[in-house]
Design a protein around this ligand. Structure first.
Ligand SMILES: *[C@@H]1O[C@H](CO)[C@@H](O)[C@H](O)[C@H]1NC(C)=O
Length: 558
């Protein structure tokens, strides 16, 4: 069995370019006349405890119904564009046409087929089907208590609700438990019942949403909590900085008035001392600027996708979230090129082609095979656009020729310690949201409260910027000018906490097991955390860099 998900990703990537065109023009109308064909599509099968591990439905030795031809062929094209691989079930279903229990095919159960089914049943496999874009889940089979005998559910009882000429509701009941014995024939059967329903077509997805889960008091409370934290933090940061900075300025200008003799004896200390070094290029400017560029891009992708998801109910269309994200990612590569490239140029980098490639390949390389194709688009964008490097180095302070030695300081002022502590507050503001996002990703819940997600993103950005500014202020005050990496990493360390949280989630909230599922889970989570870290890092750095410019613009330097 091969993972169908990767294939899905590739198809989506290939079609991402085509998304520019109005690809939905031939999308299914969702209206039927009586006795019109209704197609039951088989989608995937996979373990219940890991929603992301899916295989093609027919990778299990299920049999196909007799009906071979379908008239809705355009639909498969739309499906391909959206990156879902559906296969026709072969079941004969017509609009408002009752079918009493009828056998549609038989499985000749040899040893190999039996073993395949037993494996699936042992791992709690579920399958997914679609009728008129409505998802249907069913369980493959069941084992008895002592786990020796395995049974397959052979009878699919479909109850379809209609409202006027549209399908608004589907229920599946699995019946007909048959014991799996090698060298027997197993008859698969189905029945279809049509019921008038009061559900409106627009509301037909509501039953898949889970307001009592997503709009639970805890969710509201956590948002409120984080919001309060933001207000508190912003107030605190601005107060501290205003007061200390004003004092610092006052002290510095008093020292200005002293004559040279006095000044030599005077106790000049603090962040002003490093004015000749703060704008020294960071170490590893190539990687640094690529990270910042990528982070800015991730941030804009998240922002745009969340806004689109808030406006349009993306969850009602298969794969549209993924396609949207990929399309937006491709379209925002100039953001990456602009921020990464201009930062690199400002830091005096000369190998800008190399920077461009590293910047463009950083996340894609991380997302590995999936992103291989995105890069052609990304590089195309980079190559065909003149990146306005126009605003070349223009720092408030000149950089000294010789780096200043960094004085000894207390252990908690070491960049490594600041970095570790920096992530705690941002993580604290998002970890409840992480629970909801993880649950909708790994379990069968559809995430739809994108307004919440938007708020959390805004809160995360504000908290991150505040925290990194404070960290940087302390660092500079200790006359350590290595603020660029420190600010980036102290914000990015949020992701380390998120990744640690994912361990907790794995052991206490999921029932995944085995090497495959474990590596699957932690692999995905690593990609997610890294992307989050790069995003937070970039946001933190951008905020801090504005702050640093601001404070050094106002000091008088002799
Ligand atoms: C499906 O099941 C739900 C809940 O049991 C019920 O309210 C609804 O009427 C059913 N729909 C159909 C079409 O049978």
């Amino acid at each position: 069995m091969e993972l169908s998900r990767w294939k899905i990703a590739v198809v989506t990537l290939l079609s991402a370019a085509g998304m520019l065109l109005p690809a939905r023009a031939d999308e299914h109308e969702h209206t039927y006349v009586d006795k019109e064909e209704v197609v039951l599509w088989m989608n995937t099968v996979g373990p219940y405890h890991n929603r992301q591990e899916t295989y093609k439905y027919f990778s299990l030795p299920f049999c196909v119904g007799n009906k071979k031809t379908i008239s809705h062929y355009h639909e498969t094209l739309g499906e391909a564009l959206q990156g879902v691989e559906l296969e026709f079930s072969g079941l004969d279903i017509k609009f408002k046409d009752e079918v009493l229990q009828a056998t549609y095919c038989e499985i000749e159960l040899d040893k190999a087929k039996r073993d395949a089914f037993v494996y699936a049943i042992k791992n709690h496999y579920w399958y997914q089907m679609y009728i008129d874009d409505l998802p249907i889940w069913g369980i493959v089979g069941e084992a008895d208590e002592n786990g020796e005998d395995h049974y397959l559910w052979t009878y699919k009882k479909l109850e379809i609700g209609y409202h006027g000429n549209r399908i608004v509701d589907v229920n599946l009941t699995s019946e007909g438990k048959v014991k799996l014995v090698p060298n027997t024939r197993i008859a698969m059967s189905y029945s279809v019942k049509w019921k008038k329903s009061d559900v409106k077509f627009e509301d037909r997805f509501d039953k898949y949403l889970d307001p009592s889960f997503f709009q639970h008091r805890i969710h509201w409370f956590s948002i409120f909590n984080s919001f309060m934290m933001v207000i508190f933090l912003v107030g605190l940061v601005s107060m501290i900085l205003m007061r200390t900075l004003r004092k610092d300025y006052a002290r510095y200008s008093k020292e200005e008035e002293m004559d040279d003799m006095d000044r030599d004896l005077g106790d000049e200390y603090g962040w002003k001392q490093v004015h000749g070094d703060v704008f020294r290029p960071s170490s590893q400017p190539l990687i640094f600027s690529s990270l910042i560029g990528s982070g800015c891009q991730i941030f804009s992708v998240s922002l745009i996708v969340i806004i689109v998801a808030m406006i349009e109910d993306l969850y009602t269309e298969r794969g549209s979230m993924l396609s949207t994200a990929i399309f937006v990612y491709a379209a925002t590569s100039p953001v990456n090129g602009y921020f990464g490239g201009s930062l690199y140029a400002k830091q005096g980098g000369r190998r800008w082609i190399k920077q461009m490639f590293i910047g463009a390949f950083l996340i894609p390389a991380m997302v590995c095979g999936t992103a291989f194709f995105i890069n052609f688009i990304a590089i195309y964008y980079h190559a065909s656009r003149a990146i306005p490097f126009g605003t070349m180095p223009n720092f408030p302070c000149r950089v000294n020729a010789v780096p200043r030695p960094i004085p000894e300081k207390k252990w908690f002022m070491e960049p490594a310690v600041i970095v570790c502590l920096g992530g705690i507050l941002p993580f604290g503001s998002i970890f409840i949201e992480m629970y909801f996002i993880f649950t909708s990703f790994w379990a069968y819940k559809i995430y739809y409260v994108y307004g919440f997600m938007m708020l959390v993103l805004v809160i995360l950005c504000i908290v991150t910027v505040c925290v990194t500014i404070v960290c940087t202020y302390f660092l500079l005050n200790a006359e350590d000018y290595r603020w660029q990496w420190t600010s980036f990493l102290s914000a990015a360390s949020t992701a380390v906490y998120v990744y640690m949280y994912s361990f907790y989630y794995y052991f206490f909230k999921t029932k995944m097991y085995g090497l495959f599922q474990t590596s699957f889970y932690f692999g995905y989570m690593a990609v997610f955390s890294t992307a989050l870290g790069i995003m937070c890092g970039a946001v933190g750095y951008m905020g801090t860099s504005a702050f640093v410019r601001k404070i050094y613009t106002n000091v008088k330097i002799d």
